[in-house]
Design a protein around this ligand. Structure first.
Ligand code: ZN
Length: 462
């Protein structure tokens, strides 16, 4: 059987003759000319409109302009056009007393999180099936808050439940945002995502996510990609939620991060870096990562570097603020809480520096309690100095562009998925109205409808 392959190769390597090209060009031209003669003069037919949404006010997140009394005409699961009227005889969802926006995108979630506990002991006793069920729950909550897309920013289990959830959502087996997923949380031993902070005599098997050398990086990144990662997640510095790492210091080396970027980009994947301390932020940016997560201690030099490299920033401001309110009430390790108290002072000045350098901001919550926190990053971004339209763009067109999915999501434009949400009031004058999303449509399917609250399939636990 092997002998067939050289034969195929020889066919493809047949000697090129100029005449062959000329003959093919002549026949191609004849074909095109014939096609023009045969084809009818009109444009190709638009897909038939199956339903419409009437928006009292519709925010164009690309320009910041507001359109009043606009009809979003939908064909199947995508937007066909925006019009002043709807064709007769199709169902129209009347949102004439609402402000309508594109479905939101949360670009920093941890799908498998248990929203009721921050206890490390609880985490040790949580099975992967239990985490996966939390994932199913969290995804519904995101959708209920208007998030029709989410990027998972890495998970612990080595068998990638986030990819299973992504595929289940795609096939309609479970309800939730469209998922773009990172693989494992790539970390040095003893770093932010080592995941095994026990005493030496209780040492756990080395995690599949641990990389101490450049060669280790190749193995871990290739493993993530092999099993389906859309993004690679690197721990450039220590973090806050674990009890052992130091968020001030760099963890993965610049050479390791540059290797991860090279391997990922070669495979058409992108790279995100958790980075809190200034030295680690700069190393990650120089290494070529696509997005910096948190950037909590960004300094002037780092902001300049991010501007030069067009690095995205996902500042996740609210989760740090929310953690101060939660305190130790959900079983958090006091050492981790002490780190949180220290770092919270840095986030305001760092975010102002990012804005001064026109770094592109993307919305991300990074909070285990999706129900409580997912909508509150809007307020935190605006309190931090971003404009209201800037905050809306962070959760729509900016996030979609960073994900490379701006032809599918992030705006209400022809060809995009009919992912449509609505709020009472005007988020351009009061951003907190985004905390009360009243209507959610995903791919033309109504998930949440103020006219039919009994049909909302989302349950909220205490
Ligand atoms: Zn995170």
């Amino acid at each position: 059987m092997q002998s067939q392959f050289p034969a195929i190769a020889r066919i493809r390597c047949v000697t090129f003759k100029p005449n062959m090209m000329r003959h093919s060009l002549v026949s191609l031209a004849t074909l095109i000319f014939a096609a023009i003669l045969i084809a009818p003069a009109q444009q190709p037919a638009q897909p038939a409109v199956t339903q419409a949404v009437l928006a009292g006010r519709m925010i164009d997140v690309r320009t910041g302009q507001v359109h009043t009394h606009a009809y979003i005409l939908i064909a199947g699961d995508r937007i066909q056009s925006i019009a002043e009227s709807a064709p007769a005889g199709i169902p129209v969802t009347d949102l004439s007393t609402y402000t309508v926006l594109p479905g939101l995108i949360d670009a920093h979630g941890h799908i498998l999180s248990n929203p009721t506990s921050q206890s490390f002991a609880d985490a040790l006793r949580t099975s992967i099936p239990q985490s996966t069920i939390w994932g199913v729950y969290n995804l519904r909550i995101w959708l209920d808050h208007g998030f029709t897309s989410v990027r998972d920013a890495c998970e612990g289990p080595a068998d990638y439940p986030q990819f299973a959830l992504r595929e289940a959502q795609q096939r309609g087996v479970i309800l939730g945002p469209r998922i773009t997923a990172a693989g494992s949380c790539i970390s040095v031993a003893g770093g932010h995502a080592d995941g095994a902070p026990l005493s030496p005599d209780l040492e756990l098997p080395r995690g599949r996510n641990v990389a101490d050398t450049v060669d280790d990086i190749d193995h871990v990144v290739r493993r993530d990609i092999k099993y389906g990662a859309d993004w690679i997640k690197l721990m450039a510095t220590g973090g806050v939620m674990d009890s052992v790492s130091d968020f001030h210091v760099q963890e993965l080396s610049e050479a390791q991060m540059a290797e991860a970027v090279a391997v990922a980009h070669r495979a058409g994947k992108k790279v995100m870096a958790h980075a809190e301390g200034a030295v680690g932020i700069k190393a990650a940016v120089r290494a070529g990562v696509d997005s910096i997560e948190h950037g909590t201690m960004l300094d002037e030099e780092g902001a300049e570097l991010m501007e030069q490299h067009h690095t995205w920033l996902v500042p996740t401001l609210y989760c740090f603020q929310h953690d101060m309110e939660t305190g130790l009430s959900k079983g958090r390790d006091p050492a981790s809480f002490a780190k949180g108290k220290e770092i919270i002072a840095a986030q305001g000045p760092a975010f102002k520096l990012a804005l001064a350098h026109h770094i592109r901001i993307v919305y991300g919550t990074d909070d285990d309690d999706v129900d409580e926190a997912s909508s509150k990053e809007f307020g935190a971004l605006v309190r931090g100095g971003l404009s209201n339209i800037g905050a809306l763009q962070a959760a729509t067109i900016n996030a979609a562009t960073m994900l490379g999915k701006d032809n599918d999501v992030g705006t209400l434009e022809p060809g995009r998925y009919a992912d449509v949400i609505a709020v009472k009031g005007d988020p351009l004058s009061d951003i907190t109205v985004m905390e009360h999303v009243a209507f959610v449509m995903q791919g033309g399917r109504i998930i949440k409808d103020p006219a039919h609250p009994d049909r909302n399939p989302v349950i909220h636990i205490q």
